[in-house]
Unconditional design. Structure first.
Length: 131
C-alpha cells in the first residue's frame, strides 16, 4: 500500500526543535502579533517555509489538559494556514487567561493572529523595499 502524503502535514521540518532555534526567535524578533491571552513572535528564515514553536507555560495554564488543547489548536491552525504564511520561524507564547477559552474561540483567535502576523510580515517587506 502506498503512503498518502499531504501538503498540510506537520512534520519535523515545520517545527522549531532545539533551544538555539527558540533563542534565535526570542533574541531577534522582527515581527509580533499580540493579544492579551497570546503572543506570537517571529523572525524571517531562509528555508522557504514557516516553522512553529510553542511555549505554553504551566505558570499561565495550570491544567495539563488545557495546555495540550492549546498546543493542539495552535498546531492545527498553523498546519492549515502554513501555505499562506511567509518563511518565518514563529513562537507562540501563552499568556494568562488563554486556558479559560473554549476550542472554537481559541481556533478563531489563532486564525486571526496568523493572519495578523502574515500581514505584518508583508508590510515589513514592502516598507523595506521603499527604503
Amino acid at each position: 500500500m502506498q503512503e498518502q502524503r499531504s501538503d498540510f502535514g506537520f512534520a519535523k521540518p515545520l517545527r522549531l526543535l532545539n533551544a538555539a532555534e527558540y533563542r534565535a526567535v526570542f533574541s531577534g524578533t522582527q515581527v509580533r502579533a499580540a493579544h492579551p491571552s497570546l503572543l506570537i513572535l517571529a523572525v524571517h528564515n531562509d528555508l522557504g517555509h514557516p516553522r512553529l514553536g510553542l511555549v505554553i507555560a504551566k505558570k499561565h495554564v495550570r491544567n495539563a489538559a488545557d495546555r495540550n488543547r492549546i498546543k493542539r489548536i495552535a498546531r492545527e491552525t498553523f498546519r492549515l494556514r502554513q501555505h499562506s504564511l511567509p518563511a518565518i520561524d514563529a513562537v507562540v507564547i501563552a499568556r494568562p487567561g488563554i486556558g479559560d477559552m473554549d476550542k472554537a474561540i481559541l481556533a478563531k483567535l489563532f486564525d486571526k493572529q496568523w493572519r495578523k502576523l502574515a500581514r505584518r510580515v508583508q508590510e515589513q517587506k514592502e516598507g523595506a523595499r521603499k527604503r
